[in-house]
Design a binder for this molecule. Structure first.
Ligand code: PEP
Ligand code: MG
Length: 564
């Protein structure tokens, strides 16, 4: 959508709600010190300056680590260790002694480590961004520039505006201090969208002009409509807040299991990355877990976790949903989720098209079977029913081998597969003959259907699950399931309008980040199953994602009524 003027912007709404407050922007990138830049002549003073900057960087990272949650703390303390590496300090000193300025010496010394990490591939290559961050912070200290990324000492709650947000930018954000996100880039499956929804923070992405918002200006962000208004009048703010109060009242008035207005049950489940996500899922009324991303437990681990450790992490989630169902996904290692103990082959030019997910575990049957045995042990006497599924399945033979591995490991519950490769969707009937259920991973299904890497901001326009081609693949999968369960656990399920469309396409369960559950519950409760079917047909008859959205909404009139 295009910007209207500098104070009234429009983007793609990805996380509903109203945010109003002063803009904070991400500090600009730290400039690269000129190649060959020399210092003024006092090498020893310059070395002291460089050492001081490295120390200050390490100290700040350690202090932030102490304030952060587990995963972020590990990343930050690893970064602090990089800044404290004595051989790095020696290398910087040697470069300064030969005449190079401290900023350029820091840049060049980090460059050597950078090449080593990048060349090592896999997990180590994924740490290059962390190393670059330490380098840039050190150079910012030396040049007296603001630290890159989100400003650290903002006292008041703020609206964060940026060109785009990286995981490192958001890892430490306190949901209590971020009123809204607005980014210039990004689509519905972008990192910003996923983080915003999991934090329950309103967000608008793909919003031209967002990065140009003036820091300190008050803006009104509507994460439901995509409008971003700078310096709104008091009456405008009050109207938006009143509409938001009405929306929240409507959302909280609907509780209980997911169902359409005419009583067709659609179980609403939560996506979780470990026991830490369970309280929020329970609080938002999840009827179970539709996607337990087990690789999230082990992203920073050098060695495969023991079976005992895994049993504990799985049992804790299972016991949080007595009488419900918990669908655990086996490790989806590779591409956007690298695991150090399951490195991809060295020569992979396109990791997203490479050895990842089920393909990776077939090459490491010891890790796969260990995980399946741990799951079987966790299921014994657990309060919830366990179902297990494999990611990135392409054909029926892979599905059969996965089910066999589950049975050999002693798993007696449902064994299913994620449908996220177009080949699997097109031949869903073959797969259904081999497995107990499907779960559509619409994030990857969209990436592969449109040949557009989901990590690439420049291709956001292709990464929209409203694309009629993606809706066709969902419909084919649901039809191919032949009466077996066919859920959706990609971000598409978290969009209230799209959730109705998915039900109309034949999807039987919806799994999403916990804060989206009440919104989807409300959207379904206001429309009949027939309305969902009509919305699905209207969306599939469209030729663009925007037209599909608009056509579906005309069949779902209550969405506007309740501000969704
Ligand atoms: C998906 O691809 O839609 C999905 C749910 O899996 P992930 O996002 O973890 O790849
Ligand atoms: Mg996926």
């Amino acid at each position: 959508m295009a910007a209207r003027d500098a104070t009234d912007l429009r983007g793609t709404p990805v996380s509903p709600g109203i945010g109003y407050g002063p803009v904070v922007t991400l500090a600009a990138a730290v400039p690269v010190p000129a190649e060959g830049e020399r210092h003024a002549g006092d090498a020893e003073a310059e070395i002291v300056r460089a050492a001081g900057a490295l120390d200050a960087t390490a100290t700040t990272l350690e202090a932030r680590g102490a304030r952060a949650g587990e995963t972020a703390a590990e990343v930050l303390s690893a970064q602090a260790m990089m800044a404290r590496d004595p051989s790095l300090a020696d290398d910087v000193a040697a470069r300064v002694r030969s005449g190079t300025s401290a900023p350029r010496a820091v840049y060049d010394a980090f460059g050597m480590y950078r090449d080593l990490l990048a060349g090592a591939g896999g997990y180590l290559a994924a740490r290059v961004a962390d190393l670059d961050d330490v380098r840039d912070r050190t150079i910012a200290h030396l040049l007296g520039l603001p630290m890159p990324g989100v400003p650290e000492d903002v006292a008041e709650p703020f609206v964060l505006a940026a060109r785009d947000l990286a995981p490192a930018d958001t890892a430490l954000l306190d949901p209590g201090t971020v009123l809204a996100f607005v980014t210039e880039q990004g689509g519905p499956t972008s990192h910003t969208a996923i983080i915003a929804r999991s934090m329950g923070v309103p967000a608008v992405v793909g919003c031209p002009g967002a990065a140009g918002l003036v820091p300190g200006t008050n803006v009104l962000v509507n994460g439901g409509t995509g409008r971003v208004l700078a310096d709104p009048g008091a009456d405008e703010v009050e109207r938006a807040r009143a509409a938001e109060r009405a929306r929240i009242a409507a959302v909280t008035a609907v509780t209980g299991p997911g169902r359409t207005a005419d009583g067709c049950a659609v179980p609403l489940l939560a996506n979780v990355g470990g026991p830490k996500d369970v309280p929020m899922a329970v609080e938002h009324g999840a009827e179970g877990v539709g996607l337990y991303r087990t690789e999230f437990l082990f992203l920073d681990r050098a060695d495969a976790p023991s079976e005992d450790e895994q049993v504990a992490a799985y049992a804790e989630v299972l016991n949080a949903f007595p009488g419900g169902k918990v669908v655990v996904r086996t490790l989806d290692a590779g591409a956007d989720k690298p695991l150090a103990f399951l490195p991809p082959p060295d020569d992979e030019p396109n990791p997203a098209l490479g050895v990842r997910g089920a393909r990776m575990l077939e090459r490491h049957p010891d890790v796969r079977d260990g995980q399946l045995r741990a799951l079987a042990r966790a299921a014994e006497g657990a309060a919830a029913r366990l179902a297990v599924m494999a990611p990135m399945i392409t054909d029926a033979a892979e599905g059969r081998r996965f089910v066999e591995a589950c049975r050999t490991a002693g798993l007696t519950g449902d064994a299913g597969v994620m449908v996220e490769v177009p080949a699997a969707a097109l031949r869903a009937g073959d797969l259904a003959a081999e497995v107990d259920f499907f779960s559509l991973g619409t994030n990857d299904l969209t990436q592969y259907a449109c040949a557009a890497d989901r990590e690439l901001g420049a291709l956001n326009a292709f990464q929209d699950p409203w694309r009629p081609a993606v809706l066709d693949l969902v419909a084919l999968t649901a039809a191919g399931a032949g009466g077996k369960d066919c859920g959706v656990c990609g971000e598409a399920a978290a969009d209230p309008a799209l959730a109705c469309v998915l039900v109309g396409l034949g999807v039987t369960t919806l799994s999403m980040s916990a804060p989206a559950l009440p919104l989807v519950r409300l959207a379904l409760s206001r429309h009949t199953y027939d309305q969902c079917v009509r919305a699905a047909a209207a969306a599939r008859a469209a030729t663009t994602p925007d037209a599909a959205r608009a056509a579906a909404r005309t069949e779902l009139p209550e969405l506007d009524e309740v501000g969704l």
